[in-house]
Design a protein. Structure first.
Length: 226
């Protein structure tokens, strides 16, 4: 087996294993802090360990700034994404049971009105970085070095969307759930496209961060904070 095929196999295997780990954790633990620690291990430590044994995976390249102008464009895109998601919430508000979601968050991950501000900050800045590092840096930028870019696009976006299945499965009715998972797959493709030319994760991280800002705005409304 060539080095490229070995790297591709290793990355795909680790994407699968890490997502399965998180699928199990999401369904077995009721504390958000526990899930977060497992996620740091699965999405950050495992790829870092893997990179020590595979020279085709260069972690530091994920953080090299090539074009500062692109960062400004991504900030503008992020603002547009914020508006798009929040308008989507307003459009589908009648189909979303916020009280049910709040109850599920409280029962399943111990997130409530008292700690939501802290959780929202963590999700927006740290959790988004973990996911971009794992799915876009490790899962896309590294994979497209050794596979045709189309396969790298699809594999990374598919892993990103399927990872969220365990998190969102009880939140929405079946049709809205399928629509959201499809939206996550398309978002994964879009995030990959943002990072392809710059070969770093800053662009997708910024847009992902603003997407989380918008979702968390809905969360603040849900918990009656704003």
């Amino acid at each position: 087996m060539s080095k490229a095929k070995t790297t591709a196999t290793g990355i795909i295997a680790l994407l699968t294993v890490s997502c399965l780990i998180m699928f199990y954790v999401e369904n077995s633990s009721s504390r958000y802090i526990v899930k977060s620690l497992w996620k740091i291990g699965a999405f950050a430590l495992l790829p870092l360990i893997y990179s020590c044994f595979d020279r085709n995976v260069t972690i530091k390249d994920f953080f090299k700034i090539v074009l500062k102008k692109q960062i400004i464009i991504s900030l503008l895109l992020g603002a547009a994404v914020y508006a798009f998601i929040f308008c989507g919430y307003l459009a589908f508000e009648g189909f979303i049971d916020l009280d049910n979601i709040a109850d599920l968050l409280s029962e399943n991950v111990d997130i409530n009105r008292d700690n939501f501000t802290f959780v929202a900050l963590y999700i927006s800045f740290i959790n988004s970085l973990l996911e971009e590092f794992f799915f876009r840096g490790f899962g896309f930028l590294s994979l497209k070095k050794v596979l045709h870019p189309i396969f790298a696009y699809i594999i990374s976006a598919l892993a990103f969307s399927l990872y969220h299945v365990a998190i969102l499965t009880e939140w929405f009715n079946p049709w809205l759930f399928i629509l959201i998972i499809l939206g996550l797959f398309i978002s994964g493709l879009f995030f990959n496209w943002l990072d392809e030319k710059s070969n770093n994760i800053y662009n997708s991280w910024l847009v992902h961060m603003f997407a989380n800002f918008s979702i968390n705005t809905v969360g603040f409304i849900m918990f009656g904070i704003i």
